[in-house]
Design a protein around this ligand. Structure first.
Ligand SMILES: Cc1cc2nc3c(=O)[nH]c(=O)nc-3n(C[C@H](O)[C@H](O)[C@H](O)COP(=O)(O)O)c2cc1C
Length: 330
């Protein structure tokens, strides 16, 4: 089969019509209590109607303790399920496939918002945070694993085709994996495998909580882009472990303090390092705007899925226009 931006791809049993993914992007369109609103449904349905192959809905907090901003989407309680069902039904009616990103902000959560001391792997201020977090006890770690599992179960019940675990951009799982924010001396800190343990426990927990055929994506912060932090070598190392414990797609991103970068495809070097060593689809985002550039990443086998973020925020028709521009391929 000829590979290009508009060739189909399957993630477990879910077939995507093309390789264009709207990566998770927080909109602040949820209600104050984390529920779905009509504006939020409209925002995503518009892109689903215009040929985006997969929509990853913005990060939803797995617990109130993991919430990072006002009007952030939540998947922390059964009460949000009816609204989430309306969202997935609307996207499915538009012919789209939909994934939910589930997250915990850990030490980037602010005390003011969550009305409690933020949690973190160690009592070290996050480079992008405001408050000193509380070092999590083993009991609190187990609690977070269970919150992620319940969130995944709710997402499945609400009709999502798949879920994505947020392990990038300085959020809790990135905080555990990064040597800059994790100084623990127990089984969750120290060596690379100990620092990755929480992510592995969450993936394994989710895998046993949802059906075998429900895809689980992992957004890996593969490069902290800070002195002494995670580097591309850690991305390569971690990807192999994530595949072994049942992840279906590695979605690569980076930045302990934020996801932004310079130029088109600024994280492609991560995909080039990871893709040759894994046998599951690899997704890459970061400054990609030109359909020809996106197509070349697929054609040249550098990635299997391409995230088009801000370009899709600016132009909901980006995928439709890309289809016309690359018409020669279809
Ligand atoms: C407004 C905005 C909100 C974002 N929210 C999230 C988020 O909820 N979860 C996440 O993993 N990344 C988030 N990101 C990062 C994007 O998913 C993406 O990785 C980044 O924007 C780079 O891709 P782009 O250059 O195509 O926009 C956000 C980006 C933007 C611009």
């Amino acid at each position: 089969m000829v590979r290009h931006l508009f060739s189909t791809i399957s993630i477990r049993n879910v077939e995507l019509p093309n390789r264009i993914v709207m990566p998770p992007m927080a909109t602040s369109l949820a209600a104050e209590d984390g529920k779905v609103t009509p504006q939020l449904i409209k925002h995503y349905t518009l892109r689903a109607q215009a040929s985006v192959g997969l929509i990853i809905i913005e990060h939803a907090y797995v617990s109130l303790q993991g919430r990072v901003s006002r009007r952030q989407l939540g998947i922390h309680s059964d009460e949000v399920i009816p609204g989430m069902k309306e969202l997935t039904q609307s996207i499915h009616s538009a012919g789209g496939k939909v994934c939910l990103q589930i997250s915990h902000g850990g030490s980037i959560c602010s005390k003011d918002l969550i009305k409690a001391q933020p949690l973190g792997p160690s009592s070290i201020k996050h480079p992008a945070g405001r408050d000193i977090p509380k070092e999590m006890s083993r009991e609190e770690i187990k609690g977070v694993v269970s919150e992620f599992c319940k969130a995944a179960e709710r997402a499945k019940e609400a009709g999502f085709d798949m879920i994505e675990i947020h392990g990038a951009h300085g959020f809790l799982l990135n905080q555990f994996f990064s040597p800059l924010t994790n100084r623990r001396s127990d089984e969750y800190g120290g060596s690379r495998s100990s620092r990755l343990r929480l992510s592995i426990e969450i993936i394994e927990g989710i895998r046993s909580a949802v059906d075998e055929d429900f895809p689980v994506l992992f957004r890996l912060g593969g490069d902290d882009r800070m002195y002494g932090g995670l580097t591309v070598d850690d991305a390569h190392w971690a990807a192999l472990r994530l595949v072994r414990c049942g992840v279906d797609v590695i979605d690569l991103s980076g930045g302990l303090g934020g996801y932004d970068g310079q130029g088109q495809g600024y994280f492609v070097y991560l995909a080039e390092a990871v893709k040759p060593v894994v046998d599951i689809p690899v997704m890459i985002s970061g400054g990609i705007r030109d359909p020809h550039f996106a197509n070349s990443l697929i054609e040249e086998g550098k990635a299997d899925l391409v995230g088009i973020g801000r370009a899709l925020l600016e132009d909901p028709q980006w995928a439709e226009k890309a289809k016309a521009e690359l018409a020669i391929l279809q």
